[in-house]
Design a protein around this ligand. Structure first.
Ligand code: NAP
Length: 703
């Protein structure tokens, strides 16, 4: 990253882009001086950098992702990609302090940077781990059960996921330059889709600093990550149905992008996370003095002040029982006065920093002015320029800094449209009273679809009524009470395991939510064919496909020798009444179907006394086991167990075991093998079916 000195007045770096596996900055020119954006330190107003894409060949950037990025990521399995995410998380984690330093220039306190930077790294860790635990070590995912489409089972169908063949363009908002980038990169990367990230101009230099570390790490394959620093108004012109756009930002920009012909007509996949008037609802039981009241006040103040309220998930509408409006407003004000120290994040003791830019400050102030004109009353704070703690420790106004004191509004008219429609994207919240629970639900829904709501109550029936009323208007609902107040991750923090997004005004999109978000980058396709063909395509053995019975028991084969379809078939074993009785006595499972002939016969499912299902399973293990030490290291469970035909005294059964799926681990000397197990009786009817899960060594030398 080299500085491009443009002239003596603007001797600042241009934030570079990282495209086609190289750093790129615009050529110095008069046009560049005119067309570039300037970004400033949020606390001091000092000019930090220029930002421009003047002369950047966007078509070549997209083509690089589609060709080199697709090829390089396509050479890796899900597990190999997941491991790279983990390595990347570790690399960034060791260098967090460098990013905190850069992030402080955007007005972020250390706490804010932890949300952004550590939060982003946490997403990488989560997907690094989930990718290896929940996806196969291959490139195709089977979705759902097999459908039998012919009587003889020779024609079957199922759904598979394969990655989309284009690029994932990720357009981010200014407030979380690192988290916003990593929470979108992780699932795209895991799916095998190259990322082109376009951070918002005001804080893109923080994202660029993180990308610099990622490039330095040499962990990511060529073409898998490109960064566009600066405006990219024509980027969507280069996309088609193979590509995906994941947008985070304002509803107005989302509307423009959705209307782009390549999205509206051309089939570019488009998902958006936009602004949101999130509510927090205080239950009628949570009066002053209860732990819930305390947790509620704490949560509102946290959401107003973390990132100076510049969070899409911040609490904007504080819905409380009418009679508690004054008490709640006063308690919020008192906590702000007690806890919040506004100032330059680099100064000792500061708990809330500046907004990201003077433009942002002007936007938020103007939104508050509109709200005041519409009936909101100031319950705490003011729009006057606040005195702040400056970097040198002095307390005084900072004219170049984008500082704003937290502002709490109170509304006598709970119906005012500005209250439910205008997002002041800063440290601003509104208190409004509701008359009963149905009213609280109605008011929450006036947000026209939100990312998240909190319900604060210790009464399960209040929680049930509120949550069932508001859930469909929200992407996430947090229920806060005395039991989880300390352990909760909080109202404003999306977690990678659960979905982030919301209906309606919140954009209608869905991100995160674990492996779901990986599938957003993949195409679901119905595939139909014979069991042998679907086995070859998916790498998972299907009933009816070839089985290989050879002289070597499959339990004697390490992963290096075992093949899908390797199978073992036992002989028949007969069950006697004495066996069933002995099993009942030794286990204590004397359920009448195994012990009382008359009662068992009266049961609609049984002919009389039948064998315990678990007796059959235990015996099946005895029938297929290969007892000597060998490559099979452990049996760690069963999946999909079904008992289908009862076995009466005198009946016999046999077991067939077939290697169904082999998942070698990237970092261990063993892997998982899933075996298809089917028990048949002497009439060849299926008695039980299930998957046996084992750990098997990659190599094994018989001693
Ligand atoms: P914004 O003005 O809508 O910008 C968002 C992103 O879109 C920026 O990267 C911007 O680039 C880019 N952009 C704007 N017009 C574009 C176009 N025609 N073509 C391509 N890209 C374009 O929003 P913001 O001011 O950065 O962020 C604040 C808003 O985001 C708030 O309303 C907040 O609620 C919302 N937000 C939502 C979430 C969520 O998860 N739901 C999270 C964070 C923020 P430039 O900066 O280069 O113009």
């Amino acid at each position: 990253m080299t500085a491009t000195v443009l002239n003596a007045d603007t001797a600042v770096e241009t934030v570079p882009s990282y495209v086609r596996d190289a750093w790129w900055t615009p050529e110095p020119s008069a046009d560049l001086l005119t067309n570039s954006a300037r970004v400033r330190d949020a606390s001091t107003g000092e000019l930090l950098a220029m930002v421009s894409t003047e002369g950047l060949d966007l078509a070549a950037v997209v083509e690089h992702g589609r060709s080199v990025g697709q090829r390089e990521l396509g050479a890796l399995t899900f597990h190999q990609r997941a491991l790279k995410l983990k390595e990347l998380a570790q690399y960034l984690n060791d260098r967090r302090a460098q990013l905190y330093e850069v992030s402080a220039r955007s007005g972020a306190t250390t706490g804010d940077s932890q949300v952004d930077i550590d939060g982003g790294i946490g997403v990488l860790f989560t997907f690094g781990s989930k990718g290896r635990r929940e996806l196969p070590n291959s490139q195709v995912v089977v979705d759902g059960p097999v459908e039998t489409l012919s009587k003889d089972g020779s024609f079957i169908g199922e759904h598979i996921y394969t990655r989309i063949p284009g690029v994932a363009v990720q357009i981010n908002a200014f407030n979380f330059p690192v988290w916003g980038m990593l929470e979108k990169l992780a699932p795209a990367f895991l799916a095998g889709v190259p990322t082109i990230v376009k951070p918002a101009t005001p804080t893109g230099y923080v994202a660029a600093a993180a990308v610099r570390l990622m490039v330095e790490s040499q962990i990511l394959p060529a073409g898998s990550l490109q960064l566009i620093s600066g405006s990219a108004r024509n980027l969507l012109d280069e996309l088609d149905y193979r590509d995906l756009v994941a947008f985070t930002g304002s509803a107005a920009t989302a509307k423009t992008l959705k209307a782009h012909p390549n999205v509206a007509i051309g089939g570019v996949r488009f998902t958006s996370e936009t602004d949101s008037l999130n509510a927090a609802i205080l239950g009628p039981d949570a009066v002053a003095g209860t732990p819930e009241f305390e947790a509620f006040i704490k949560s509102v103040v946290t959401e107003m002040t973390v990132k100076a309220g510049q969070k899409c998930t911040s609490i904007r509408r504080v819905l409380v029982p009418k009679e508690l409006c004054t008490e709640v407003s006063e308690a919020i004000g008192a906590r702000i006065a007690q806890r919040v120290v506004l100032g330059d994040p680099r100064a000792e003791g500061v708990t809330m920093g500046a907004l990201a830019s003077l433009e942002q400050l002007a936007d938020v102030r103007s939104a508050v002015e509109i709200m005041l004109a519409a009936g909101g009353e100031l319950a705490y704070g003011s729009l006057d320029a606040p005195a702040v703690t400056r970097a040198d420790g002095t307390v005084a106004p900072a004219p170049g800094g984008a500082f704003m004191s937290p502002v709490l509004l109170r509304w006598a008219n709970p119906e005012a449209s500005e209250l439910h429609a205008l997002e002041a994207f800063g440290p601003v919240a509104s208190v409004v009273g509701y008359s009963d629970l149905a009213d609280a639900v109605r008011l929450a829904a006036l947000g026209s679809g939100s990312l998240v709501a909190s319900v604060c109550t210790n009464d399960p029936s209040v929680a049930q009524q509120l949550v069932s009323g508001i859930a469909a208007h929200h992407g996430r609902v947090l229920i806060l009470n005395r039991e989880d107040a300390r352990s909760s991750t909080g109202h404003g923090s999306p977690v990678p395991h659960l979905v982030h997004g919301g209906p309606g005004r919140a954009g209608g999109g869905e991100e995160l939510g674990g492996i779901r978000s990986v599938f957003h980058h993949m195409q679901r396709t119905a595939v139909q064919g014979s069991p042998n063909m679907l086995t070859a395509i998916t790498g998972v053995w299907h009933t009816g496909a070839d089985q290989h019975f050879d002289d070597v028991h499959p339990f004697r084969k390490p992963l290096s020798a075992l093949r899908i379809g390797d199978a073992f078939k036992s002989g028949l074993r007969q069950v006697t009444l004495a066996d069933i009785t002995a099993f009942a006595e030794s286990t204590g499972d004397t359920f009448y179907a195994h012990t009382n002939a008359e009662a068992a016969a009266a049961n609609p499912f049984f002919p009389g006394i039948v064998a315990h299902g678990y007796l059959m399973l235990s015996w099946a293990a005895g029938l297929f086991v290969e007892p000597a030490p060998g490559p099979v290291l452990a049996n760690y469970g069963l999946d999909n167990l079904r008992f289908l035909t009862p076995l009466a005294a005198g009946d016999s059964f046999r077991v067939t075991l077939t290697a169904k799926q082999i998942t070698p681990r990237e970092t261990d000397e063993y892997g998982e093998v899933r075996w298809d197990a089917v028990l048949h009786n002497q009439h060849d009817e299926v008695v039980a079916s299930y998957d046996v899960l084992t750990l098997v060594a990659k190599d094994w030398a018989a001693s």
